[in-house]
Ligand binder design. Sequence first.
Ligand code: ARG
Length: 403
Amino acid sequence: MTNKIKKVVLAYSGGLDTSIILKWLQSTYDCEVVTFTADLGQGDEIEPARKKAEMLGVKEIYIEDLREDFVSNYIFPMFRANTLYEGQYLLGTAIARPLIAKRQIEIANETGADAVCHGATGKGNDQVRFELGYYALKPNIKVISPWRDWDLKSRTKLIEFAEENQIPIPKDKKGEAPFSIDANILHTSSEGKLIENPENEPPEYIYQRTLSIDDSNDIPTEITIGFEKGDPISINGNSMTPVKLFEKLNEVGKQNGIGRLDLIENRYVGMKSRGIYETPGGTILLKAHRAIEELTLDSGSMHLKDELMPKYASLIYNGLWFSPEREMLQKAIDQSQVYVTGEISLKLHKGNIIVMNRKSDYSLYNADLVSFEDTDTDYNQNDAGGFIKINSLRLKLLSNRKK
Ligand code: ARG
C-alpha cells in the first residue's frame, strides 16, 4: 500500500460495502475519491447514493442512468448470438461489467484521476472482468481492489470499521447478509450462504423477480415480438425503446414464472460455484430470437454462428469484451443478422415459452419445396438418389474394410 494515489474513481452503489470501501480509500491513501453510481436497471434508487457520498466528504459525484446504453449496446448485441455460458447462463452479470469499467475510465479521464476501484471480491469472476476492462481502455491506470488488500476479511470486522467511522449500518445488515446479490435489467443473481451447499434446495424467498410456477398466472399471456436486424423493436405492434421493451418482457416473464435457473458453473478463477439466476425477459428474448432466425437464416450462417457462440460466451464470461477476438466475432454475428427481421408470437404459461407463429418478409421457408404434396418445381426427388450415393461412398469403404 505504498503506491501513491492522488484521486480514485470508485464504482459506488451507496450500499454498506462500498461505503466502507469509500472510507477505507480515504484513510488508507489519503486521496480524493470520485464516486460513480450507475442505474443499470437494478431496481434500487440511485439518488440516495449522492447524500451518502456527500456525507463522506466526496466532492465529485457521478450518478448516471446507463440503461439505454446497456440494453442497446451490450445486451442486444449479445442476444444476437443466442449466447449461453455452459449451455445455460445468460451472462447477466458478466455483460454489465464492461460498461461499468468503461464509464469509470472515462470519468477518470474527465476528473484527472490516476486510479479506479471496484468492490468485487478476490474469489470471483467480476474482479477479472472489471480489471481487464480497465487495462484494455487505459493501460497505465492504477487499480485498487480492497477485498484483495485489506484486513477486513470478516463481516464482524467490516461492521466494526463502519461503526468506528460513523458509516450508517442498516439494521438488517448487522448480521450476515442472507445472500450475495447482483442485479440489473437483465437478471438477478444470488450466490453464497445457504445455497453454497448444492444439496440444499433454494428457499422460495430467494426469488426476487419471478413468480413460482404455483403463483404464476393461470391464464397464458400471448405476445408478439417484432424484430429488425436481430434486435427486438416492438411488442404487440407497438414500437418501444430498448429499455421499455425489456421491462415489458421482464414483467410478462415474471407473471408467467419464466426465467429461473439454478446452476453450478465453472468460474474463470478455477472453482465451481452455485448460483440462482432470474432472467425473465432474457429467457423470452432468447427463444423468440431463435425462432425468427429459424425462418430467416440459411443453414451455413446458422450453423457457423452456433459454433462460434460458446467461444463468444466464454470471452464475455472471462471479461474479454474489449478484445479483438470478441470484436471479430461480433462483426460476424452482426453480419448474420441483416435479414433477421419479422415477428414471432409466443404463448407464455407456467414457466413455458411456446412459439405460436413466425412471420418475415425475408423468410427462406418455402412451403412448396418442403411439402409432402407433389408441388415442387426446383427440386427433383430423383436427384436425391445420386446425392446419397456420393455421400455414402466413404461409409461403404470403411464398412468393407471391417470385413
Ligand atoms: N456467477 C455469476 C457470474 O460470474 C454472478 C456473479 C455475481 N453475483 C453475485 N450474486 N454476487 O457472472
